[in-house]
Design a protein. Structure first.
Length: 484
């Protein structure tokens, strides 16, 4: 077989990801905080890009698509009141106020902020961690040197729930200390606040707290000591028979025990607060739903007039300098256009979601309808991947709370009678409402929930109800039953 070298022409089409397109896609999927960081980084590396602090009209700025008004039927209204006028009518204190100054005249609120006192947020401080709090108590106590040496190791092995996760033997071996000193240090930690800290299991945790309560908790302490297995099963009658006391007396002891805190360390959690700033606001005024993008905190960008003029009058510039300026100016223009496109795309996606989920705006999560990325993509003539990028880490403020855009996409369940399918999130809300209204002494089982939902025209399997209940963090009926 002979080999030969031959030239031929071939026509083909392929998508080439230019650097500009890659940048636009990257900016589209960033969250607000990530976008702010990307803008700061671009400002540092590109001298042709400036932050416009004055908002000069003659300069090129970043502007989003003007907010539009969604008519009651979900379509765009051509002859409606200008959005700015509608926004001015909104009672923003109702939507964003904390209730402290919402009813005060605007002048009084201004004086309150400008009278020299610090804002409330400036008075907040970080509370100590559980480890810091325990170590501080040891350092301020009259503990001897042996306890002070061993305590930091033990405290460092207390988990977020307040339980000691290392044994006395392991500690003694790790530190090379006598076992008796380690046990004495553990006992000292048990005297610290919060009560029950440093316990090795639930039983010990509750017993520490019961001992501190004194004689009033003598019977509860006896139950923990001798009948803990029956206590964990909620067997009031069994304990009453064993200790030969009435059920009423045992119930009172149970009430005292369940009032104790089984996870004393949890009080020190929750300091890592993640604040969410919405990318868009949806509010109602004059029977119209208005969508506006959140530009607060986003730098307004423009092309540097200095570098633009320098390039225009570039007779004294060398070839390399001109190429450098052209590259930086083009990069700045593309960056500005990419942010503009990002804002327009977010607006279109939010508008489409709110139009397709209008019942949610009127009635809340229980009225969500099934919705997919394809539904929104077809509505705004965009690709599903673009819609997916927009909904990632983007949030919208509604009268019912702040939600990630992904929240509005969910599968559906069939209804009886040929009615429109119902969203899975709506079914979860219905399950939550049914459980809230159930009797405390006879809570509904998962099969009871299935029958109740079917009476409402919702066909659902028991295993699906179980899955939804577990996803919502709701206990099974056997553990929701009121024992006393």
């Amino acid at each position: 077989m002979a080999l030969e070298l031959r030239q031929s022409l071939k026509l083909s089409q392929q998508l080439v990801m230019t650097p500009q397109l890659q940048q636009a896609i990257k900016l589209l999927q960033l969250s607000r905080l990530e976008l702010q960081q990307a803008v700061r980084e671009e400002l540092e590396v590109n001298p042709a890009l400036e932050e416009d602090g004055e908002g000069a009209p003659e300069e090129q700025e970043v502007t989003e698509a003007p907010p539009q008004v969604a008519a009651p039927d979900g379509s765009e209204s051509a002859d409606t009141t200008p959005t700015r006028e509608l926004i001015d009518r909104v009672d923003w204190d109702y939507y964003f106020g904390d209730g402290a100054t919402a009813s005060m005249p605007r002048g009084d609120r201004d004086r309150e902020e400008e009278d020299g006192r610090p804002y409330y947020e400036n008075l907040l401080t970080r509370k100590p961690s559980l480890t810091e709090y325990l170590e501080m108590q040891i350092n301020l106590s009259t503990a001897d040197d042996a306890v002070r040496e061993i305590a930091p190791y033990l405290i460092g092995n207390i988990d977020d729930n307040g339980y000691l996760k290392v044994s006395a033997e392991e500690t003694a071996e790790a530190l090379g200390k006598p076992l008796e000193e380690v046990e004495r240090t553990i006992a000292r930690i048990h005297t610290l606040d919060p009560s029950g800290i440093g316990a090795r299991d639930l039983r010990e945790c509750l017993m520490i707290q019961a001992r501190e309560k004194g004689e009033e908790y003598a019977l509860p302490l006896r139950i923990l000591t001798d009948h803990f297995d029956l206590f964990t099963r909620g067997d009031v009658a069994g304990i009453a028979r064993r200790i030969k006391l009435s059920r009423e007396v045992v119930r009172e002891a149970f009430q005292k025990l369940v009032a104790l805190w089984p996870k004393p360390g949890r009080a020190f959690l929750g300091d890592d607060v993640h604040y969410i700033t919405p990318d868009a606001y949806v509010f109602k005024t004059d029977n119209q739903w208005v969508i506006t993008l959140n530009e607060d905190g986003q730098p307004r960008l423009r092309l540097s007039s200095y570098y633009r003029d320098l390039l225009s009058a570039g007779d004294n510039l060398g070839k390399e300098d001109k190429e450098f300026l052209k590259q930086k100016i083009n990069s700045a223009l593309w960056f500005i256009k990419s942010i503009q496109q990002r804002q327009r795309t977010i607006y279109k996606v939010v508008e489409s979601i709110m139009k397709l989920q209008r019942d949610f705006l009127e009635s809340g999560p229980k009225s969500l309808r099934p919705l997919t990325l394809r539904d929104v993509a077809e509505d705004i003539s965009m690709h599903e991947s673009t819609v997916s990028r927009v909904t990632n880490s983007k949030y919208v403020y509604t009268p019912h709370g702040i939600f990630e855009l992904k929240f509005f996409f969910n599968s559906g369940l069939n209804r009886d009678g040929g009615e429109e399918n119902i969203a899975s999130k709506s079914v979860k809300e219905k399950i939550r409402e049914i459980i809230r209204s159930e009797g405390e002494e006879n809570p509904l089982s998962d099969q009871d929930l299935v029958r109740t939902l079917r009476n409402q025209g919702i066909r659902i399997a028991r295993r699906t109800v179980t899955k939804y209940r577990q996803a919502m963090g709701v206990l099974p009926s056997s553990k929701r039953k009121k024992l006393f």
